[in-house]
Design a binder for this molecule. Structure first.
Ligand code: FMN
Length: 206
């Protein structure tokens, strides 16, 4: 199936009911590939994805305090834990800045701005670094959600979770932070209600 981006944006909604049908490895790769192509600050690509498909782990998500027992999660055939690697975020940002300079892709004042930006990021508090990494990762995940919609898959971003609990169960590296978990699967929905959205007047500053 192929869809315009406009149609994918219109069709995407949070799916919380899934058919009992697994995703193939190829389908999962398609999703990660969409995220991989997203833009990021200084091309830092701080996102790291842990794809969970084992039945016991999926059941755990729906019954655990780690997600405040959001029971519907147990029916998802795949859950993607989106993490960021804070240490590499700084290294990769610095490397990109060197790349720009060495290849004279950007010269003069903009390069000074980039140097200052990288220095600020390196000196920033962990929480500020996490904010920047999470911003980049959210863009990648938006790409992933739209690609999923095009493939006929449903997704739901889950922000209500306990990070320590999830890091421990899936042995995620110490320096990683979890941005969210994303349920993915083939939708099995009775009725899709129209989404409530603020009007253009509400969100465009005049
Ligand atoms: C940052 C964020 C956190 C969210 N957390 C949850 C969650 O923990 N559980 C859940 O069922 N939905 C969660 N959602 C989905 C939202 O409820 C949903 O996107 C919103 O109501 C708009 O509906 P739509 O996605 O169908 O357009 C979250 C969405 C975002 C972007």
């Amino acid at each position: 199936m192929s869809m315009s981006v406009k149609d994918a944006i219109a069709a995407r909604h949070s799916v919380r009911a899934f058919a009992k049908k697994a995703l193939t490895e190829g389908e999962i790769t398609e999703l990660i590939e969409a995220a991989r192509n997203a833009p990021s600050s200084l091309n830092s690509q701080p996102w790291r994805f842990k794809v969970v498909t084992a039945a016991a782990d999926l059941a755990w998500f729906g019954t655990s305090e780690a997600t405040r027992k959001q029971g519907w999660l147990s029916a998802a055939p795949a859950i993607i834990i989106s993490c960021v690697d804070l240490a590499h975020y700084i290294k990769d940002s610095q490397a990109a800045a060197f790349f720009f300079r060495d290849n004279k892709l950007i010269e003069g004042e903009p390069m000074d701005g980039i140097d200052a930006y990288v220095a600020r990021e390196a000196a920033a508090a962990e929480q500020a670094k996490f904010g920047a990494c999470a911003m980049n990762t959210a863009i990648a995940e938006a790409f992933l959600m739209l690609r999923a919609t095009e493939m006929g898959l449903g997704t739901c971003w889950v922000g209500m979770f306990d990070e320590a609990n999830i890091k421990s169960r899936f042995h995620l590296p110490e320096g990683y932070r979890v941005v969210n978990i994303m349920a993915v699967g083939w939708p099995d929905e009775a009725e899709v209600f129209p989404r409530k959205r603020k009007s253009l007047e509400d969100i465009v500053i005049s």
